[in-house]
Design a protein around this ligand. Structure first.
Ligand code: KIV
Ligand code: ZN
Length: 520
């Protein structure tokens, strides 16, 4: 290895596997393809595209992402079982650069699940990594729950995996238990101790249960890891994974004390963050580092004064560096279609002529109701117009509510081309509206999440509403935006129902048959 190679940190994105596997974050097939393309364009080195044996849907997604990949290595996950590894290989083999990632839980708690002794597990690791290596030149191996695995046993199994042909050894902090000093120390000691360790790349995979995932990943790099596993917006099970945007920007801004480079085009961060938030139905918290709505907002007078004199007073990075357009002017009701297209391009959104037409109609309607239409308003309109021929459509909604009694919603919908209407009372306008929708389209979907955000400021701001529904293990999210919160809620609910209808029809079943945590 030359010294320049040593300083490069490989970015391994697992938004589509660890991120997508978290309950409620399910994405459609097309959404997965779109996110994979954005990751590839952004310069992610390795995309973990899914867990092929988990379901037919995962297999199809990984296979298609593999076929379409441009620059990135495409990786699939497999448990330490031969059929898993075969299925994974089938899915990734058509990538220009395929990788098999196989793993097994090595800590005492995890060894107890398949009820294997240390020796039996060691044998399984030897057999499965060898099998993977016979199929694919590029094999990654992970001892799940490494940070709670006995030191001697961890060294033993890492050595076995290296000898069996793994070229990347990933050290997962599966339960987010470790702390930065330990994280650095663990990698450093493994590299010093395990025979053959200097021939492979060590990776770090941190969960955020104690809010230390980013710090732990960066510490691991200082200990010698040269691959960081992460997700966009820190999406992932429980408290999530290391956030890609955080580690990448930390390495960029603090290159003085962390002299490592990545190949990420940081200007693409904001766009992909917004798309992942939209398609996963997991909104980004306002004060989230790098990609939160407030990350570059300077509200207080003293901050604004300082910023006007010299942006560096309160900013350690420029908004443009992460793809937030500088001081672009808002559009108004006199702006034409060309201006709208130019604005969409500036925001990183490419649309076809038909979608542009549709967005333009909604934009004009919004501009009539709202003085200035800001970038976030435009992005909300794009989200609201991405789906086509829906079985359920909102035609009209009137709600009467006040302090004197229950709210009453009068709703008109087109259902499979037929106009239908219903009136329902409810505990507030949204409850009345959702009940009316259920009267017209009876279903047993459970509302798991209902979330309202104001896109921009002012009482005429658009509200974006996210709805997550669950029916027989299938999860669908819906989003919409409108200056009327109740209308946005109705549209988001209907959007989610339409997606459930598509999923039921397309696959019959869109649930993972197994989870990567099912170890047998
Ligand atoms: O958290 C974890 O241990 C994992 C492994 C499958 C790498 O996601
Ligand atoms: Zn994980």
């Amino acid at each position: 290895m030359t010294s320049t190679e040593k300083d490069r940190v490989v970015i391994f994105d697992t938004t589509l596997r660890d991120g997508e596997q978290s309950p409620g974050a399910t994405m459609t097939h097309d959404e997965k393809l779109e996110i994979a393309e954005l990751l590839d364009d952004m310069g992610v080195d390795i995309i973990e595209a899914g867990f092929p044996i988990a379901s037919e849907g995962d297999f199809r997604a990984v296979s298609e992402i593999a076929q379409r990949s441009k620059n990135a290595v495409i990786c699939g996950l497999a448990r330490a079982q031969l059929p898993d590894i075969d299925r994974c290989w089938e899915a990734v083999r058509n990538a220009a650069k395929p990788r098999i990632h196989t793993f097994i839980g090595t800590s005492p708690l995890h060894r107890a699940i398949p009820n294997l002794t240390q020796d039996e597990m060691a044998e399984r690791i030897e057999q499965t990594v060898t099998h993977a290596r016979n199929l694919c030149d590029n094999v990654q191996w992970s001892p799940m729950d490494a940070t709670r695995t006995e030191w001697d046993y961890l060294c033993r199994v890492v050595e076995i995996a290296i000898k069996a042909g793994a070229s990347t050894i990933n050290i997962p902090d599966t339960v987010g238990y470790t702390a930065p000093v330990e994280s650095a120390d663990l990698i450093r000691r493994l590299i010093e101790t395990v025979p053959g360790a200097d021939e492979v790349v060590f990776a770090t995979h941190c969960h955020n249960d104690l809010g230390m995932a980013t710090a732990n990943a960066l510490a691991a790099v200082q200990g010698g890891a040269r691959q960081i596993e992460c997700t966009i917006n820190g999406l992932g099970e429980r408290a999530g994974n290391t956030a890609l945007e955080e580690v990448v920007m930390a390495l960029k801004v603090r290159g003085d004390i962390m002299p490592y480079t990545t190949s990420i085009d940081t200007k693409k961060i904001m766009h992909i963050s917004r798309r992942v938030a939209t398609v996963s139905g997991f909104p980004v918290q306002f004060n989230k580092a790098i990609v939160g709505k407030n990350a570059f907002a300077h509200e207080s007078g003293i901050h604004q004064d300082g910023m006007l004199k010299n942006a560096e007073t309160f900013e350690i990075m420029r908004p443009e560096d992460v793809g937030i357009a500088g001081t672009s002017l808002p559009l108004g009701k006199h702006s034409g279609r060309a201006a709208l297209r130019a604005k969409l391009r500036e925001l990183g959104v490419e649309v076809g002529d038909n979608q542009l037409k549709d967005i333009f109609v909604r934009f004009k309607d919004l501009a009539d109701r709202k003085k200035e239409v800001f970038d976030d308003d435009i992005l909300a309109l794009v989200t609201a117009t991405t789906e086509g021929d829906d079985a359920l459509q909102l035609v009209n909604l009137k709600v009467v509510c006040g302090t004197g009694g229950p709210a009453e919603a009068t709703l008109e919908m087109e259902i499979h081309g037929e106009d239908m209407s219903a009136v329902s009372e409810g505990d507030g306008p949204v409850d009345a509206t959702f009940k009316a929708i259920r009267m017209l389209h009876p279903n047993k979907a459970r509302l798991q999440l209902y979330q309202v955000n104001a896109v921009t400021e002012g009482t005429d701001a658009q509200a974006t509403v996210s709805v997550r529904l669950e029916e027989d293990g299938m999860i669908a999210t819906g989003q919409s935006a409108d200056t009327d919160t109740v209308v946005a809620s109705a549209k988001a609910y209907i959007h989610a129902l339409n997606r459930l209808i598509v999923r039921r029809g397309k696959t019959g079943k869109d649930v993972k048959e197994i989870s990567y945590r099912d170890v047998t």
